[in-house]
Design a protein around this ligand. Structure first.
Ligand code: NCD
Ligand code: ZN
Length: 346
């Protein structure tokens, strides 16, 4: 008997759409399955003001297929010169749903990010007052901290002190990758949540490095040991509403990935829903998929859930997703989970 699963239409609470030819090629991939997505502002140059976010929103809308109801939720890139009044204005008009904190140098296009948290306290205080969430890339960038320890050290030395200083600030720990991240998210109250990517539920650092380096599995935060992947799986499938989906689908053109200094980012928009169904089935938790992908995110962002639904069907024949999608600037390789996908979105 065919198994079918109908869930409220999911949202993606952490997504990179880029600009230009890549934007035009990847937006339909997300719009096909998702109702909304929190769109990351790390363009070159970054989206730092309300005016720029409004213009970027227009460019995204132009790339959304005409038969889709997909809604981009905009974010502002926090810099040390961000104006609290501009953030308050952008939030009040409903234009932006969150502000993104990148520690300077932590990841792709983060060089305009924050070096000194004291410099952004006035913005964070305003955000705490108006209830605007701060999405945090939680890794320190200090060269003497090992890349595999950067998330745990960030929680201890930056995030926890910040939350003690400003307990009413609503924080989303973006793309957590460690058991320390899971534990800290669980220890927080109603002002703390965490997103988890699809690929961090599937790959560990062996998949990245054993038997040859796999550039398409390289992302930031970098995949960790198996025990961390298991902790993420446990969090995502537990039904705990503090955890929700942020795919961190992060397209880079293949030549930029397959390079002596390859870019960080896994592009997973097209097959993420099928991958997630596989993961939740492997964990005997298909009944928790809707909470993780469709309900917990809107609850934290204080938005209604999507009114329509998405149906998946498990078939004996595997799904046929392309190995890469084509853009006018070249191909982008799609995430390969390493196993056949049988949950088709119908
Ligand atoms: C993201 C990107 O390419 O913009 N890369 C990644 O590896 N996740 C940036 C980010 O979210 O860290
Ligand atoms: Zn990201």
């Amino acid at each position: 008997m065919t198994q079918r699963l109908t869930i409220t239409r999911p949202d993606d609470w952490h997504l990179h759409l880029r600009d230009g030819a890549v934007l035009r090629a990847v937006t339909p991939e997300t719009a096909r399955h998702f109702g909304r997505a929190i769109v990351m502002p790390n363009l070159v140059p970054p989206v730092v003001s309300a005016v720029e976010a409004a213009a970027y929103r227009e460019r995204i809308m132009d790339a959304v297929p005409s038969d889709s109801d997909f809604t981009p939720l905009m974010t502002l890139y926090l810099t040390e010169t961000t104006d609290p009044a501009d953030v308050a204005y952008a939030a009040a008009t409903g234009l932006v749903s969150a502000v993104k904190l990148y520690p300077a140098g932590a990841t792709t296009n983060s060089q305009s990010g924050v070096r000194n948290i004291d410099a952004v306290m006035p913005v964070l205080e305003t955000m705490a007052e108006i209830g605007l969430p701060l999405c945090v890339h939680g890794e320190v960038t200090t060269p003497d901290v090992d890349i595999f320890d950067r998330e745990a050290v960030f929680i201890e030395t930056v995030l926890d002190p910040l939350r003690q200083r400003l307990p009413t600030l609503r924080v989303v720990m973006e793309h957590i990758t460690t058991e320390e991240g899971v534990k800290y998210a669980r220890s927080g109250g109603e002002n703390l949540a965490a997103t988890i990517t699809t690929h961090h539920l599937i790959i560990n650092r062996n998949n990245l490095l054993v038997g040859g380096i796999r550039p398409h599995y390289y992302c930031l935060p970098v995949a960790k040991r198996e025990k961390h992947r298991l902790a993420l799986r446990d969090a995502a499938t537990s039904g705990d509403s503090r955890f929700f989906l942020g795919t961190d689908s992060a397209p880079h053109l293949d030549p930029l990935k397959l390079s002596a200094c390859g870019c960080a980012g896994v592009f997973s928009a097209s097959n993420t829903v099928s991958c997630l169904a596989a993961v939740f089935e492997q964990e005997s938790a298909l009944d928790k998929l809707e909470g993780f992908a469709s309900l917990n995110g809107p609850a934290f962002y204080r938005l209604p859930t999507n009114a329509d639904s998405l149906t998946l069907e498990k078939r004996a024949t595997p799904c046929e997703y392309p190995a890469h999608i084509d853009t006018e600037d070249g191909p982008i390789t799609l995430f390969d989970p390493g196993f056949d996908l049988h949950w088709h979105v119908v």
